[in-house]
Design a protein around this ligand. Structure first.
Ligand SMILES: NC(=O)c1ccc[n+]([C@@H]2O[C@H](COP(=O)([O-])OP(=O)(O)OC[C@H]3O[C@@H](n4cnc5c(N)ncnc54)[C@H](O)[C@@H]3O)[C@@H](O)[C@H]2O)c1
Length: 323
């Protein structure tokens, strides 16, 4: 497999940087566009076949410079869920307008684009009435869900009007090596491990009975590569998750087990504005059947691997940790 030249937006972020690492052996050149608003430049491997642009995806000149060179676009830049309620306009500007610009400029500049992979989110399901939740469901109640779902619609429009080779992956609570708690908006797994390592209580917003479907980062990467390389994925939307529902209290227990410290304390705080989802468990049958993807890690295995990365295990030497 050789994907030629690719661009990864948000390539200094958690998923983007792990994707870049997966892509290095199978690409001729990787361009990264990231404004480093939450990303970390150290997460990007230092090799000759990567060119990094500290720029916003809303910078049209940069898009016009890079896009004519690439065969694949992996669009991972975003303003996150928590930021979206603090600044709706900034969420709109990056997640919807920036995404739209990328589509528009790609259509103009990429004569032979093979794939536009868009990292969407199961946040578009909001508080659900169907579990496990299939791709057909939606319940939009936060700005982040609105902008991410709207961008999906533009991907469909570009596919239907211009035969643009889009693919949409809806990720669910991805965690694992590379997720840095130095990013204040990182996910709960990184936060819990940070607390455990610093002998501080793991903070739970609400009573901890809320559930999530946690996906190990290596499994998420498998899904991206499959979606980018399978012809039948073009124009499709896929959930990427395990179908296993885990409460935040149970997650805390897994972190205690992995850290071999069952006495780690918990601290309960009131829910935040973004804590509107009681249950999350997604139906990933479509990607399993159509692309033959399945998660290779149980939560226990993924948490163990994450812990060994945090502890400096040799197999994860190339993935930076918090300073
Ligand atoms: N991590 C998850 O659990 C998860 C779940 C569902 C969906 N996703 C999606 O996956 C993608 C990556 O998420 P992540 O967890 O790696 O987030 P992240 O915050 O770690 O990465 C996002 C990156 O985008 C960059 N960025 C923000 N605004 C930008 C702009 N205007 N121009 C260029 N770069 C910009 C940030 O600096 C950061 O490096 C996002 O699109 C997100 O919606 C992630």
């Amino acid at each position: 497999m050789n994907l030629g030249k690719v661009v990864v937006t948000g390539g200094a972020g958690f998923l983007g940087s792990q994707l870049v690492k997966r892509l290095i052996p199978v690409c001729d050149h990787i361009y990264i566009i990231d404004d480093l608003s939450t990303g970390n430049k150290d997460a990007i491997p230092d090799t000759d076949n990567i060119t990094f642009y500290k720029e916003s995806i809303t910078n049209v000149k940069i898009l016009e410079e890079i896009l004519p060179k690439v065969d694949y676009i992996f669009h991972f830049a975003c303003k996150n869920l928590i930021l979206s309620v603090e600044n709706i306009e900034s969420d709109f500007e990056t997640n919807l307008y920036g995404g739209y610009l990328l589509l528009q400029k790609a259509r103009e500049c990429c004569s032979e684009l093979k794939r536009f992979v868009y990292a969407s989110t199961t946040s578009i399901y909001g508080q659900v009435s169907i579990l496990p939740t299939p791709e057909s469901y939606y319940n939009i109640n936060l700005p982040y869900a609105a902008s991410k779902f709207s961008m999906e619609h533009y991907c469909h429009v570009y596919h239907k009007m211009f035969q643009f080779p889009v693919n949409i992956l809806r990720f669910s609570n991805v965690y694992g090596p590379g997720q840095l708690s130095s990013n204040p908006y990182c996910g709960v797994v990184a936060k819990f491990f940070e607390s455990a390592q610093n002998d501080k209580p793991m903070i739970i917003f609400g009573d901890g009975s809320q559930t999530r479907d946690f996906t190990f980062v290596e499994d998420a990467m498998d899904a991206i590569i499959l979606a980018a390389t399978c012809e039948k994925a073009i124009g499709q939307v896929y959930n990427v998750g395990t179908g296993v529902e885990t409460s935040i209290l149970d997650l805390a227990e897994e972190i205690k087990k992995a850290s071999s410290d069952m006495n780690l304390p918990l601290s309960f705080e009131p829910k935040r504005k973004v804590d509107v989802v009681e249950r999350r468990c997604i139906n990933a049958e479509k990607i399993k059947i159509e692309l033959d993807w399945k998660p290779r890690h149980s939560l226990e295995e993924g948490i163990k691997k994450t812990y060994s990365w945090l502890k400096g295990d040799e197999s994860h030497q190339d993935i930076p940790r918090n300073n």
